[in-house]
Structures are given as C-alpha cells and as structure tokens.
Design a binder for this molecule. Sequence first.
Ligand code: ZN
Length: 179
Amino acid sequence: MEESGPQWCSRFPGSTSPDDLADGFKGQVWAFLSAMKKGGASVAVTATYRPPPRAYLMHWCWLIGHGTDPGSVQPMEGVGIDWTHGGDVSAARAAAQAMVDAFGLRVQPSLTSRHTQGLAVDMTITWNGSLAIQDYNGAMHQITSGPHTGSNLDLVGVGASFGVIKLLSDPPHWSNDGH
Ligand SMILES: [Zn+2]
C-alpha cells in the first residue's frame, strides 16, 4: 500500500488515440475527425480510452477532496493506494485534493463511464470563418453559426450523423450515445 497523492495520477495513463476506442465506435470517430479536418477545422483529441483504475483514482480523489470519509472507500484490485493516510483525515483530504488538481478535474468523474468502455472521446475543436463539412450521408453543410467549437449545434448535428453524439454539459465530450 502506498499513500494517495499526485504521484498516482500518471500510473494508469489514459489514451488519446482513437485507435484505442471500441470497434465500431472507433471507425465512426475516425470518419468524423476526417470530415472535420477536410473542412479545415483544427481538432485535438485529449482523451479516448480510460483504464478502470484511472477512473477509480479520479472518482475517489474527487469525493474525498469534497468530504467523503477516506476510510469508507472500497479497495480496487491492482491499485494499492492507501486513501486514509493512517487515519490522518486532513492529510488524506489534502492528498486527494492534490490529485484532483493534478488530474485537472472540474466535474465529479464517474467510476464507470463511456471512456472506460472505449465509447467516448474528448476533443478540442476550433475553426476560422465558416466550416464546410460533409456529413456521414454525403450532404455538405456550411456552418456559419457560432461558437467555433465543439459546442456548435450545427456541428453537433453533423457529428450525430456519424454516430458521435455530443454531451452538451461537458464541452470536450462526445460518445456513442451522448452519455
Ligand atoms: Zn469525456
């Protein structure tokens, strides 16, 4: 067992490659990425597959940092983390909060998510001017509306034609079903 702290955050790295997504969804994401790039958009994929131990660390550091009793956390096979710091609750909470900061968390991460299933992609999308983009069915769209980001509702519609669905409450996040 090793005490919690930010050194844990790099131990079970998440992937940023679409190739690590689940079969099926992988091809849909590649097709959507290709259509955006062809239209001149700049796209940075920041997360795809997340190993379950990483999700476990993210989930519990957030909750302990926000007041959950460190002693109440169930262990996870293969992750020898001591959340309790020998019962020193303030040290445990500070270490958990340092992990929240190191992960860059802004919302509570779930234990299981479309990322741990290989069914979600986080990406930062931008473009200048208008975006001409072909959807999955071959129809061309001239997107002149704002914002020039992945939150653009016209782009969200084009993504849906590829089976890549936006979760509007989570700016970089798209998945197979919008969760
Ligand atoms: Zn995501």
